[in-house]
Write a protein that binds this ligand. Structure first.
Ligand code: MN
Length: 557
């Protein structure tokens, strides 16, 4: 679909209304390159149309910078286009505040924030389309911005696209970022690889008719036989793994054969292997065993004409489209099979797939300790992710306030906090923050924390700093406690023994409760005023040795 053409054809359609609304909103604005600003919105909308997304997404793509860069408000959007489009634009605008500057610890927070914001996956599609066009026009920006945006694209958005199964887009984003991030390496590749690529392509042009002829003899009618050069960015990554030895890279230029169905895929593999012997260990059946991101294909590497090593990739059109466009392609298929134009629902069944994929993406790089954490944070029932005006993502427990936020960034920011703005509006200091809120802390030199803050803050950091300032004894230790859960025989002097042991270990009981748990046993819950791992482990050993103790576990509270 050509978005501009559609916009001019039917003036009452959603796309047309979005087109002209955005165009008039951006009127007179220019991008750094000198072109009218709306070109960017139009390109974004067009990419979304190319990925066969629904009309609301395309419309939101056209409008995506209207709130950020013009006098229009979210209310204006809601009045004109309804809550769905407003929410999509709002999500994209908020993602725009997130800035990745190479701080590894931020990577995880950014990913979680993206997940939290993108309850509607379409927000991510719009952001990716937006980013693709920004990368294509990056040369008109100053060098420091080029670097930052490229790094963010490389580390965050490209891998996001990849996890969504949009391999083509992921590769394109990486290729666009690569020259800015690795200028020297890029130059090296261009000067060393260009002729090799050309030689390769010339060679494969000679092979192509042989492949087509042999397939015809075997009764396979391919939909497409083509070859494509490996992207510079992925070539570079591979070269690093192979000690920069170009001769070890077999898929410099690979053949791609697209056929009608799965049987034809395996038949094609047979034809290729009959023609040329395969390299042992290089046959990969991603059809029987798809990659974690859903990629399906048959890969083989053979000794081709003149003993040259060539890689073949074989798949069906459906697999091909999914490999290129991932989840977007999948939805488009569902829509077409139905034969009628329905609004694709992203809310039912389908989003399980993307949630799973995103989760796989999130989990992949986390080690086992973090893995547990990642699971806990899953779906963010108890975490929120707020953003600083500079785009840093701050991870907080649910119910956290601007004061928690301030202390999380810096002690002084917390101590001198006198007010806060959330999404540009002044809020009271006990205001509950929500995911993707942009929080600005107002400070005053010499201002001191107030005891009343303790009633609303949620984080141990904030409580500790406030208490410290107010000269509490042991401000940080008081914050954390341990709850022990003990199952023991119901003997009358157990409580006394227990409190003696705890006292001898220099811990204080802050709370204790007993409840019978049947057949002569009782459950005792004890809170102690320490969360010191070593102290608690020692205490547990001692409690275990008490008479009649059956079970004991603990948690920090
Ligand atoms: Mn934009």
């Amino acid at each position: 679909m050509d978005v501009k053409e559609t916009a001019f054809k039917d003036r009452h359609s959603l796309i047309s209304r979005a087109y002209f609304f955005a165009e008039s909103s951006h009127k007179g604005q220019k991008r750094r390159s000198g072109e009218p600003y709306f070109n960017h919105g139009l390109k974004t909308g067009q990419y979304l149309a190319d990925w066969k997304l629904d009309e609301a997404t395309i419309a939101a793509g056209l409008l995506h910078d209207v709130v950020e860069d013009t006098g229009r408000t979210l209310d204006d959007l809601e009045k004109n286009f309804g809550p769905e489009i407003k929410n999509l634009v709002d999500g994209v605008t908020k993602l725009g505040y997130v800035k990745y500057r190479g701080d590894e610890t931020q990577k995880d927070n950014i990913r979680k924030l993206i997940l939290a914001i993108s309850k509607d996956i379409r927000v991510i599609f719009i952001k990716l389309a937006d980013r693709l066009h920004n990368m294509q026009t990056l040369k008109s920006l100053p060098p420091d911005k080029q670097k930052r945006i490229s790094l963010e694209t490389y580390e965050i958005y490209s891998s996001l696209a990849y996890r969504l199964g949009m391999q083509h887009l992921a590769g394109e984003l990486e290729d666009l970022a690569f020259p800015y991030l690795y200028p020297e390496e890029y130059k090296w590749l261009i000067s060393n690889m260009k002729t090799r690529y050309e030689e390769r392509e010339k060679y494969l042009k000679r092979i192509k008719p042989i492949v087509i002829r042999e397939l015809a003899l075997a009764g396979v009618e391919p939909l497409c036989v083509d070859f494509r050069a490996k992207r510079y960015s992925s070539l570079y990554k591979k070269l690093l793994r192979y000690e920069m030895d170009i001769d070890k890279i077999y898929d410099l230029v690979a053949f791609r054969i697209i056929v009608k169905n799965i049987q034809d895929c395996y038949a094609t593999l047979g034809v290729i292997h009959k023609l040329w012997p395969p390299l042992p260990g290089r046959i990969k059946d991603y059809m029987a065993m798809p990659k974690p991101n859903g990629y399906q294909s048959l890969h083989t590497v053979v000794f081709c004409v003149g003993q040259k090593i060539v890689e073949f990739q074989i798949r069906t059109m459906e697999m091909h489209e999914e490999a290129e466009n991932g989840i977007a392609a999948h939805w488009a298929y569902e829509d077409e099979k139905d034969g009628r134009k329905k609004r694709i629902s992203f809310a039912k069944g389908k989003d399980i797939t993307w949630v799973e994929r995103l989760r796989a993406w999130q989990d992949e790089k986390t080690d086992s300790a973090n893995f547990i954490d990642a699971l806990k944070i899953d779906f963010f029932k108890d975490r929120i992710f707020a953003i600083t005006p500079k785009g840093r993502v701050v991870d907080l427990p649910a119910g956290a306030t601007p004061i928690d936020f301030a202390y999380q960034i810096h002690t002084d920011l917390g101590n001198q906090c006198i007010g806060a703005k959330v999404n540009g509006k002044i809020v009271p200091l006990n205001h509950e923050l929500r995911s993707s809120d942009i929080v600005e802390i107002v400070t005053q030199k010499g201002k001191k924390p107030s005891a009343s803050w303790l009633e609303s803050v949620k984080t141990a950091t904030a409580i500790g700093h406030i208490k410290k300032f107010l000269k509490y004894k042991n401000p940080f230790i008081e914050v954390q406690q341990t709850e022990l859960r003990i199952i023991a025989e119901s003997r009358f002097d157990f409580a006394k023994d227990l409190s003696n042991v705890i006292g001898r270990n220099h811990l204080n009981i802050t709370n204790i409760s007993f409840s019978p748990s049947g057949s002569g046993f009782q459950t005792i819950k004890v809170r102690c005023d320490s969360a010191d791992h070593r102290k608690i482990s020692r205490l547990i050993v001692k409690i275990k040795s008490l008479k009649g103790v059956k079970e004991i576990d603990y948690r920090f509270v």
